[in-house]
Design a protein around this ligand. Structure first.
Ligand code: PAF
Length: 287
């Protein structure tokens, strides 16, 4: 298997991309925080279709973790990640250090106002500020033509879309469907925290989304009644603790009362030590 070229220095990364651009190559970036799973690899495969040079970044971004969140214990396995990316024939790995991205004296952050506030933003203050900041920095460093993000982190995708639009960032944002285990559980680095019993319990997220969908297909339009059914389904699972269940406009993420067209149902629940999120677009397709 060919070795995976690897850059960790910002100037070197920019020079690599400038060279590829001068050669007329279209650069695609897949930003990750490492500890890769099939969900990431599907972003990589989608990225491959979108251009000529595929760059994957691995950077566990301290700025998107609150002081109460366990950044130091975020799972890491760089050796395995490199092996997986080499198998996917990725052209380049960019894996900078935290000191390279946030040198001493660093003080500039990107705040995407409204779409960052509800859902995960309400429960993880500062999270999307950290995400938007690092993604904009990665765009300035890797200088991609396109970047790929998963629909599982739906709010993150909307924050990034809003940021690129508002700040006139010339990067195409590509959205990729959520990859699921055969029984429907959305793939996530956090699933590794689940014990076998909790792993079964975690399926309540999927069944709650299914219940909501069935209600909408059956003609229910009242967001409150759909939400109540979701809350009830999660509460039937004693190992799950609901953090939020919300119906929202799929682009602006403002609350909706009536499901009259495509509507985001976003869900977050704790199962054991794992904070799990999932979502579905009800009554149509997302933006
Ligand atoms: O989705 C993630 O893994 C991260 O939030 C991202 C987009 C790589 C930014 O750190």
């Amino acid at each position: 298997m060919a070795a995976l070229p690897n850059i960790s220095n910002i100037r070197e990364m920019q020079a690599w991309s400038d060279h590829a651009r001068r050669e007329g190559k279209r650069i695609v970036l897949v930003p990750t925080m490492g500890f890769l799973h099939e969900g990431h690899l599907s972003l990589v495969r989608q990225g491959r279709q979108k251009g000529d040079r595929l760059v994957v970044s691995i950077f566990a971004n301290p700025a998107q973790f609150a002081p109460t969140e366990d950044f130091d214990n975020y799972p890491r396995d760089l050796e395995r990640d490199i092996r997986l990316l080499a198998e996917e024939r990725v052209d380049l790995l960019f894996n900078p250090t935290a000191e390279e991205i946030y040198p001493a004296g660093y003080q500039t952050y990107v705040d995407v106002d409204q779409v960052s506030q509800p859902l995960c933003g309400a429960h993880r203050p500062g999270h999307f500020r950290g995400v938007a900041t690092v993604v904009l920095k990665l765009f300035n460093i890797v200088r991609p033509h396109a970047a790929v993000f998963g629909l599982k982190d739906y709010q993150q995708l909307q924050v990034i879309r809003r940021m690129t639009e508002d700040l006139n960032v010339d990067v195409e944002i590509v959205a990729c469907p959520t990859v699921r285990e055969p029984d429907g559980l959305a793939m996530s680095s956090r699933n590794r925290y689940l014990t076998p019993v909790e792993r079964d319990a975690a399926l309540c997220l999927q069944s709650a989304l299914g219940k909501a969908e069935a209600l909408v297909v059956g003609g229910e339009t009242a967001a409150q009644r759909i939400r109540e059914a979701v809350v009830e389904e999660i509460s039937r699972q004693p190992l799950a603790r609901l953090e939020y269940a919300d119906l929202r406009d799929p682009r602006e993420l403002c609350p909706v009362e009536e499901v009259k067209g495509p509507t985001l149902l976003a869900l977050c629940a704790w199962v054991g030590k794992a904070r799990l999120i999932d979502n579905r677009i009800l009554a149509g397709e997302g933006p």
